[in-house]
Design a protein around this ligand. Structure first.
Ligand SMILES: Nc1ncnc2c1ncn2[C@@H]1O[C@H](COP(=O)(O)OP(=O)(O)O)[C@@H](O)[C@H]1O
Ligand SMILES: [Mg+2]
Length: 276
């Protein structure tokens, strides 16, 4: 596969508006220039050093590596994510931007340089509203199935029924927020690379829909299984080195992702058990 790096867009932040509703790390709605486009666009910027950065949902700038690696791999296996990339925040803008919250002003100053951004998806519906009590369409069911399999592959516990981190546009499901994927908090788990925990798939937001409609967890895990090694090399090269909290974070996260194929059979067996 050619040109994975070209999927990482390069943005320059022009204006900081306000924190998004929801989430625990106060991602910011911003205006930015995309180097390949002339018209300014709205993005959601996630900072290297967000307020509450040492809370449960962020592991310093290493979480941005997880965001970028997950987004690239989602694209590689055909799971939808908003356009994404690296956004440059200048010292000057960080100094003059004044969201009301003082801790966000501090976070901006600490995060001058490269941060993670995703294109703002407007007009979305919450996941629960579109599925509650309804038999989902075939497309929605297939996409939900793909998301569950993707999360099993990247070890993502952050798409449970309370925090779905899923933006719904008709049948399209955009995945966001992969800041805790790849067991970023726990190096011992990364080294062991076990199959995903039962609880993560049992509490996954798509499970009720999948149980109602019947699916087979095959195609996507298989796609992951078949990803050429070169994809992972390219993913590793696309990550800014400034995002490592500890030297080697990037290589370790990508290696964990690469080795998920080793637990393919166990993951598949778990998914079959949980959604049938
Ligand atoms: N690209 C996007 N388009 C639209 N809304 C978004 C986007 N990214 C984030 N959001 C909104 O902002 C909230 C917080 O973002 P998220 O990435 O989940 O941050 P956190 O890691 O703090 O949970 C999300 O729950 C969602 O409502
Ligand atoms: Mg979130």
């Amino acid at each position: 596969m050619m040109g994975l790096e070209s999927q990482v867009r390069r943005y320059v932040c022009r204006r900081v508006y306000k924190p998004m509703d929801g989430g625990s790390t106060s991602p910011l709605l911003v205006q930015a220039n995309d180097r390949e486009k002339t018209v300014p666009i709205k993005l959601v910027m996630k900072l290297r050093h967000p307020p509450n950065g040492e809370g449960t949902s962020h592991v310093g700038s290493t979480s941005l590596i997880a965001e970028l690696v997950a987004s690239l791999l989602a694209r590689a296996v055909g799971v939808m994510v908003p356009d994404f990339g690296v956004i440059e925040l200048s010292e000057e803008l960080a100094g003059v931007s004044a969201p009301e919250e003082p801790e966000i002003r501090v976070a901006l100053k600490e995060s001058v340089g490269e941060n993670f951004a995703s294109a703002l998806i407007g007009q979305v519906e919450p996941w629960m509203d579109v599925t509650f009590g309804r038999r989902p369409s075939g497309g929605l069911k297939d996409n939900a199935n793909a998301v569950l399999q993707f999360d099993a592959s990247i070890w993502n516990a952050d798409r449970g029924v309370d925090t779905t981190n899923l933006l719904v546009d008709g049948e399209d499901l955009y995945c966001i927020d992969h800041s805790m994927s790849f067991a970023v908090r726990d190096q011992a788990t990364q080294v062991a690379c076990p199959p995903i925990q039962d609880g993560i798939v049992e509490r996954h937001c798509t499970r009720p829909v999948l149980l109602r409609s019947g699916v087979s967890p095959d195609c996507l895990l298989k796609k992951w299984f078949d990803l050429p090694g070169q994809v992972f090399d390219e993913v590793e090269q696309a990550v800014p080195t400034a995002w490592e909290t500890t030297p080697g974070d990037n290589a370790r996260i990508v290696e964990f992702a690469r080795r998920r194929r080793d637990v393919f059979a166990e993951n598949r067996a778990k998914l079959v058990r949980v959604v049938s």
